[in-house]
Design a protein. Structure first.
Length: 652
């Protein structure tokens, strides 16, 4: 039975002794998560970023061009800059005289960032950064180079160990801060090399006028970061290794007047490009601070870009290809995008001290206005880029629509059909693991293959003419192509987002083309199709090339088939009797059904080459060069490889 609680007695016992008053830095130590996010790796590295951000703020007002960051063997962090130096003069606060340096190190709401004259733009939030780092450090030491003197002060867990004092003369200006995170606060006090390096690198892109030196002595690493290209170079850097949809990258920077004439202008700088991945890489910054959760500048970018692309889509010729489907390019703009959105404003409103999100609502409207103007200017200069982006996004949107329709309403896709292609000669075997499909070039060869095959397990699908290059075609052209659609219908897997490998009707798909240049082209086009549209068929090991013979030699009563020039030369060289007849096959159609069976289709005698992808990235690159739209790339590739082509091959 529960004991009855006397609330009146509890009320009497809850008195003033239960109320605890915490000084500013005591509260920081008690609740570090409120100020740096947490007491693990994220919070630890955030301490360093607060100090670095102060130095970058000096660069933003044009008084600093060099910052040096060091992590030493003791796991001490040292940040030096050649800015103005923290003020050290004595000021009076609430009747108490104190050095300005000590004030910013010990009071949460003290700093130059409340003064629009000292910092027109800064990454600081409430002026609490330096004092929070001091409170959460086992010890902190600061040197200020100012007015020809070196000023020094030391702290232990936020408590000053002496007054601010002069320790020497100097002819330089700036600030140097050394601190060691407090093991009483942080579970692990080891700074992350990768996290710090990445932050410094992005700062160098965001501030092209500054040089940042980074030394991490435990790993003997030392680098200098300086990027004149700014966020344009940053976007290229993030896009490295991916195939871009367009050759040109969008980049613009513009300034907007603040509604308060006493405040500085607002800078908006954006760069973006699309690539052929499904990744979303959008980095947003406000006053150099990475806003990981986005905010108003992010929302403005998404809305501005979406509105523009949807409008242009409805005005474009491509609209007729998709108008029967409820899709828009805006639904897929986060697929394959690499974007940098950087704004600089005098009054940033961040959510939380760790600045995860920008809250200034007026920034959203400014970014939308920025995009309305500059997207129009960019795509008027590069209209072909707009067409490529729309085509790419609509492919994605259509596939997404197919996927949702399939799951929600079970509507058949354009490939779902009970009827197989009329030219297909299917086999009687029902187990896909035992079934083979020969995709044969030309009706003539297809006829011979149909007659020569083993009807129990071998199916024949004849194709005619050169088919579509899917590297250059838009998606709707590809899926409606009269050469490619029969392949998809025959395989039974569907395509794109609806692709289902479990429905594959044949576990051995054999491309059988002539052993000449045209045959090689056909094989390459088909392989491009499988690689782009059905890569899992390759990775599962279901795709093969047939190897037809190149020569037929009659030697006495014996018939010998030889598959390349080297085999032919070796065979002839070893003949004792030089009397023989040789026939060079120009194509599969020259073989009668029995010859095609003996040489190319009989499992006991044929030669097959299994198609595999050992290195998908390298394969993707080669396909892009050989089969894509970049003619200069293809030309360079051919020139580079020309030395490896023998005269004999050119004379064939």
């Amino acid at each position: 039975m529960k004991e009855k609680i006397d609330k009146r007695e509890l009320s009497k016992s809850y008195d003033g002794k239960h109320i605890r008053y915490l000084k500013s830095l005591e509260h920081v130590r008690l609740r570090p998560g409120m100020y740096v996010g947490n007491s693990s790796e994220k919070g630890l590295n955030h301490l360093l970023f607060e100090i670095i951000d102060n130095s970058i703020d000096e660069a933003l007002v044009g008084v600093c061009d060099t910052v040096k960051v060091t992590i030493n063997e003791k796991n001490e962090a040292i940040v030096e800059d050649n800015g103005r130096g923290i003020p050290v003069d004595i000021i009076e606060v609430y009747g108490e005289k104190k050095s300005a340096l000590e004030l910013v190190l010990t009071e949460l709401f003290a700093g130059g960032k409340f003064d629009n004259k000292a910092y027109k733009v800064s990454g600081g939030l409430h002026g609490v950064g330096l004092s929070v780092v001091n409170a959460l450090s086992e010890y902190l030491k600061v040197w200020v180079y100012k007015n020809d003197k070196i000023w020094y002060q030391e702290y232990h867990r936020g408590i000053p160990q002496s007054e601010v004092k002069i320790v020497g003369d100097t002819d330089i200006h700036g600030t140097k801060i050394l601190f060691k995170p407090d093991p009483e606060i942080f579970r692990d006090i080891k700074f992350s090399y990768e996290i710090i390096r990445n932050r410094i690198e992005e700062l160098s892109f965001l501030n092209s006028n500054i040089k940042i030196e980074f030394e991490y002595t435990p790993l003997k690493k030392k680098e200098i970061f300086h990027n004149d290209g700014g966020i344009l170079a940053f976007a290229f850097h993030l896009n490295k290794g991916h195939k871009s949809i367009t050759e040109n990258i969008f980049y613009k920077k513009e300034y907007f007047k603040h509604k308060d004439p006493n405040k500085s202008d607002i800078e908006v700088e954006i760069a973006f490009i699309f690539n052929e991945t499904d990744d979303e890489i959008i980095y947003t910054y406000a006053n150099n601070i990475r806003t990981y959760s986005g905010g108003m500048h992010y929302k403005g970018f998404i809305q501005g870009l979406s509105d523009y692309l949807d409008k242009k889509y409805e005005e474009s010729k491509i609209f007729n290809n998709y108008k029967s489907f409820p899709i828009k390019p805006s639904k897929e703009i986060k697929n394959g995008i690499v974007a940098i959105i950087s704004v600089k404003l005098p009054d940033p409103e961040f959510e939380g001290q760790t600045k995860e999100q920008l809250g200034n609502e007026y920034i959203k409207d400014i970014v939308i206005k920025f995009l309305e103007k500059n997207l129009k200017l960019h795509f008027e200069e590069f209209p072909e880029d707009l067409e490529k982006i729309l085509d790419y996004l609509l492919k994605k949107a259509y596939l997404r629509y197919q996927e949702k329709s399939s799951k929600a309403t079970k509507i058949k896709s354009i490939f779902d059909s009970d009827a197989l292609p009329g030219k297909l000669a299917d086999c009687s075997e029902t187990n896909p693991e035992l079934r083979e499909l020969f995709i044969v070039e030309g009706d003539s060869a297809g006829g011979s293959a149909k007659q020569g095959r083993d009807r129990r397990f071998q199916a024949i699908l004849p194709l005619w003419g050169k088919m579509l290059n899917v590297s250059k075609a838009n998606f709707m052209d590809a899926i409606n192509n009269d050469k490619l659609k029969p392949i998809v219908l025959t395989l039974g897997t569907d395509i794109g987002k609806n692709f289902d490998i479990s429905k594959l009707r044949y576990h051995k798909i054999i491309i059988m083309a002539d052993a000449d240049v045209d045959g090689s082209h056909i094989r390459t086009l088909l392989l491009t199709f499988f690689f782009r549209m059905m890569p899992e068929i390759i990775t599962r090991g279901y795709l093969y090339f047939a190897v037809p013979p190149l020569y037929r030699i009659k030697y006495g009563k014996e018939i010998i088939y030889l598959y390349d020039d080297e085999e032919k030369e070796n065979f002839i060289k070893n003949l004792k009797d030089k009397k023989y007849e040789i026939q060079r096959y120009k194509g599969l159609g020259e073989m009668n059904p029995s010859q095609l069976w003996e040489t190319t289709m009989d499992p006991s005698r044929r030669r097959l080459i299994k198609v595999s992808i050992d290195d998908a990235i390298e394969a993707d690159r080669i396909f892009y060069i050989l089969m894509g739209e970049e003619v200069p790339l293809r030309y360079s590739f051919i020139i580079d490889k020309a030395a490896f082509i023998s005269k004999d091959k050119l004379d064939m």
